[in-house]
Design a protein around this ligand. Structure first.
Ligand SMILES: Nc1ncnc2c1ncn2[C@@H]1O[C@H](COP(=O)(O)OP(=O)(O)O)[C@@H](O)[C@H]1O
Ligand SMILES: [Mg+2]
Length: 285
């Protein structure tokens, strides 16, 4: 949060009036969606299941072609002519850690993406070592992916994306299938990456604690873009939370419950401050 962005408020992704329906469906998965994402920012996309979040990610990735509307990535309008160039900027890590592996070992898996991009073989070891260090997996390069924990598998997937130097990384519910430790490991890496000024991070998530640490929250509901907010602004507006079926971060929810019983305790996002306020009120240390 609160980092220096590359050029203030420059949009790296421009989604303009996109409508999309899946072939086998007569309802819209995205309905006139327009939004911009700032270069170097950390955005979360939230919304109920089926609201269109993954479809939006796939449209941005160029994996699905919109029925109408326009997408610009780094100023380039997406088209069959520009898609190869545009894809060089984009990386995605999906939800299921077991569906992302191709290589027999962690090293092979990261190398596979590099081979695909025809990276000079002499450079590969250096790249693999560097990116596996970033995600704390450099000691496990010769392991078989199936023997890794879910969190470790997702960290390898992140390393694969970093190896390709994608400067826009989309995480589509990357932590949702992980145990608490795996979740924590992957979230820490996401936050660490989001602090790098040249990386634009987009995280589709139901984890409201994570949302609290991002720069901007994009809210989707019923295939539509509802709005883009600072996290604390979103959470403090009851109607937005209710209408969009969102949850609140735990400490904030708790502080509101306490506030209903002890009026002097204000709604608060930070655990330590909430605890201090309660203690002061009750003259406890
Ligand atoms: N492959 C598909 N074929 C047909 N309909 C789909 C497909 N994938 C998603 N949908 C539909 O598109 C809508 C948006 O889905 P999705 O983008 O996956 O939502 P979210 O990621 O927010 O849960 C939903 O109504 C969903 O049922
Ligand atoms: Mg989804």
């Amino acid at each position: 949060m609160k980092k220096q962005v590359v050029e203030k408020n420059k949009s790296i992704i421009e989604v303009n009036n996109i409508t999309f329906s899946y072939e086998n469906s007569n309802s819209k998965a995205l309905d006139k969606v327009s939004l911009n994402i700032t270069e170097g920012s950390y955005s979360c996309i939230v919304g109920h299941n089926g609201s269109g979040k993954s479809t939006l990610a796939k449209i941005i990735m160029g994996l699905l072609k919109p029925n109408s509307g326009k997408i610009k990535i780094k100023g380039l309008v997406m088209s069959p002519e520009t898609i190869v160039e545009i894809r060089k900027n984009l990386g995605v890590v999906f939800q299921n850690p077991d569906n992302q592996f191709i290589g027999a070992t962690v090293r092979d898996d990261i190398a596979f993406g590099l081979e695909n991009r025809q990276v000079n073989p002499d450079m590969m070891d250096g790249i693999i070592n560097r990116v596996s260090k970033v995600v704390g997996m450099n000691h496990l390069l010769d392991k078989e992916p199936q023997n890794l924990s879910g969190g470790q598998k997702q960290r390898v997937a992140v390393a694969g994306v970093l190896a390709l130097e994608s400067n826009i990384i989309i995480f589509d519910e990357t932590t949702s299938m992980l145990d608490p430790r795996g979740k924590q490991e992957v979230k820490e890496i996401m936050v660490q990456l989001s602090k790098l000024p040249n990386k634009t991070i987009i995280s589709i998530t139901h984890d409201m604690e994570e949302v609290l640490s991002c720069d901007e929250v994009i809210v989707m509901r019923d295939s539509k873009f509802i709005g883009k907010y600072k996290p604390e602004v979103l959470f403090s507006q009851d109607h937005l939370i209710k209408e969009n079926h969102l949850d609140l971060p735990f400490v904030y929810k708790l502080s509101k419950l306490i506030n209903a019983k002890i009026p002097g305790i204000k709604p608060e996002f930070r655990e330590a401050i909430l605890v201090d306020e309660i203690c002061q009120k009750h003259k406890l240390k």
